[in-house]
Ligand binder design. Structure first.
Ligand code: CA
Length: 223
């Protein structure tokens, strides 16, 4: 899952990027409204954390422009405490949720998890495919109840496929949603990660759909 953080306070920006990266997301960042608007308009993010008080272009205008342009990604706005009008304006502009400053990072992480799973059509944090279980709270993966240790890239790949279980995900889509802007994107690496994931999971839940991409499918005896 790939996220965008738009926050002009350098300390807060860094804290958000660190916490979200540690939680296993690919994270891009912008420190003013214009840059944030440009990134959100041109890159396919799974969710955005958007501060409202921003230089160059305020957060509400950024959000309104994205929505006018048909951008549907879930947006969590950061509002000042006691500014109920910010929240109303934010929701009316197309926000999906808010956190009031100052906030606990755990709350931001939980709200992002909720936005991501809801936008992918899941009701809980625990995603399953046959014997494979992925818990988005703890970032843990298990097969038949036995924990499997994955690297952050392997986890990201599996988490994306699990969120989008039931449809074919193309290699291009994976590249766009697993790596941040600065990552050296070579779509061949996706195949390498899929190979490693298959080996670590020990069962074949990742199907290659020739010419199209990958799709999760539980092994025949677990269906
Ligand atoms: Ca601000």
């Amino acid at each position: 899952m790939r996220l965008l953080v738009v926050e002009d306070d350098p300390d807060l920006n860094r804290q958000l990027v660190t916490a979200l990266s540690d939680a296993g997301y690919a994270v891009d960042t912008a420190s003013d409204g214009e840059e944030g608007h440009f990134l959100g308009d041109s890159e396919p993010y799974d969710a955005v954390v958007l501060d409202l008080g921003l230089p160059k272009l305020d957060g509400i205008s950024v959000l309104e422009r994205w929505r006018e342009n048909g951008k549907m990604m879930p947006v969590l706005i950061l509002t000042a405490r006691d500014r109920w009008s910010d929240k109303v304006q934010g929701f009316d502009a197309g926000a999906d949720d808010y956190v009031a400053k100052p906030f606990h990072m755990e709350e931001v992480l939980a709200r992002i998890r909720a936005l991501l799973r809801r936008s992918a059509g899941h009701a809980t944090n625990e995603l399953t495919c046959g014997p494979v279980t992925l818990d988005t709270r703890s970032s843990r993966v298990s097969v038949n109840g036995n924990p499997v240790r994955l690297t952050s890239h392997e986890y990201r790949l599996l988490a994306y496929l699990m969120h989008h279980n039931g449809r074919v995900v193309s290699r291009t889509e994976l590249v766009e949603h697993l790596y941040d802007q600065d990552f050296d994107r070579d779509s061949n690496t996706i195949e390498v990660f899929v190979g490693r994931l298959r080996k670590k999971l020990g069962i074949d839940v990742i199907q290659t759909v020739r010419g199209l991409g990958y799709m999760l499918s539980p092994p025949a005896d677990a269906r």
